[in-house]
Design a protein around this ligand. Structure first.
Ligand SMILES: [Zn+2]
Length: 387
């Protein structure tokens, strides 16, 4: 515990105290003396923040440098998860009538963050919006409000506040705005309002033409509406934007080809996919087509395994092998079946996606990473086994 205190509190506070000590408080004759500093450090190592605070307040009455020390301390308490203490410090600071305006605004912004962390979203929102309206801490305040709307899944407000951030910061927020439109489209889809869902997904795609999620959503909506050719166009676009999304489109594209009867388009796509992606999935898809035609695929899969040793292809190969007369006669069909079953189990339990921002590896695709809260950083993991 004392070690943690040293890292969180003692070092930064030591700097603040050292700075205050070097300045002294000649106008009040209440400089922090080495004795008082020693007393503060004793309180800190005794892990008693209340006494530390009391000592701080005693050491110097509220002039600006002491207020800055309180701000530092409050910030540290919040980072440590001690929100009540942070709130207490910042509320106490704001109750002081002589606090200079810049420190008052800083304390208000800190307080907004405390309220957010404490789950008091209305209060955090109110302070942040007031600060932004006064042109104080504008971008960080608006960003905090954006986070609050995201957490409340209030996507329309999140879009509105993002537009304000765009103009305040002079930086595009189109990527995240497209994600909010996709969220609205998903909600419309869930309440079976296909027309609204399509309109919102199209807005997402026009907001950010590189948005893969919007293309996948448009593909799914068009497919559900029976528009196979239109759906295939969007699925292909999603793949072309980022070939790592092949696992998300390969099966939908097969379904579309089946519905439209355009097998050639699907075969052409598989050719392109082999060129654009190192994945073994096109080999697997081609083998499925060959099996449907009654063709022998063992050699084809064996060849595919040499260049793209994916787990799915390996499992398929073993399944084909199990039924080869020579393999059965040699009594190798059972070991092949066990190995295939082990590979399939492994495939069912290993992560399928990874967030490029924080490394979080879930089994399902999240458009906002549940761990780091970044948007569109999670992509499918390549199935090909690497040495
Ligand atoms: Zn992440």
């Amino acid at each position: 515990m004392i070690d943690a205190l040293f890292s969180w509190l003692l070092l930064p506070l030591g700097f603040a105290l050292g700075w205050a000590l070097s300045r002294g408080y000649p106008h009040q004759g209440r400089a922090i003396t080495p004795e008082k500093l020693g007393g503060l450090v004793t309180h800190l190592v005794s892990d008693n923040p209340d006494e530390t605070l009391a000592a701080l307040s005693e050491a110097a009455e509220m002039d600006s440098s002491a207020a800055e020390m309180h701000l530092t301390l409050g910030n540290l308490f919040r980072k440590r998860g001690e929100v009540d203490r942070a709130l207490h410090i910042h509320e106490d600071l704001l109750a002081r009538p002589n606090l200079p305006p810049e420190l008052r605004n800083q304390a208000r912004f800190e307080l907004a963050q405390d309220y957010h962390k404490a789950g008091l979203m209305d209060r955090a929102e109110e302070i942040s919006l007031a600060l932004a309206a006064e042109g104080q801490y504008t971008v960080p305040s608006l960003e905090l409000v954006r986070t609050i709307y995201e957490q409340g899944r209030d996507w329309e407000q999140a879009i509105r506040i993002s537009r304000r951030i765009e103009s305040a910061k002079g930086e595009s927020k189109r990527e995240v705005i497209a994600q909010y439109y996709c969220e609205l489209a998903e909600e419309a889809r869930a309440r079976k309002d296909a027309a609204a869902a399509l309109d919102l997904a199209e807005r997402a795609a026009s907001e950010d033409p590189s948005c893969i999620r919007a293309q996948l959503l448009l593909g799914a909506l068009q497919e559900a509406a029976g528009e196979g050719a239109e759906a295939a166009k969007h699925y292909r676009l999603a793949f072309e934007r980022d070939p790592r999304f092949l696992p998300e489109v390969i099966e939908p594209l097969r379904r579309c080809a089946e519905k439209t009867g355009d097998a050639e388009a699907y075969l052409l796509f598989l050719q392109d996919a082999k060129e654009m992606s190192p994945s073994s999935l096109p080999i697997l898809a081609e083998a499925h087509l060959m099996r449907q035609e009654g063709l022998e695929v063992a050699d084809y899969l064996a060849q595919g395994l040499e260049t793209r040793p994916g787990r799915a292809v390996l499992a398929e190969f073993l399944e084909v092998l199990e039924h080869q007369p020579g393999v059965v006669a040699a009594g190798l069909d059972k070991p092949a079946a066990s190995l295939r079953s082990a590979i399939r189990k492994l495939m069912e339990t290993t992560p399928r996606y990874r967030c490029s921002h924080c490394g979080f590896s879930p089994r399902q695709l999240f458009w906002q990473c549940p761990s780091c809260k970044q948007w569109a950083t999670t992509t499918p993991i390549d199935d090909v086994l690497k040495s």
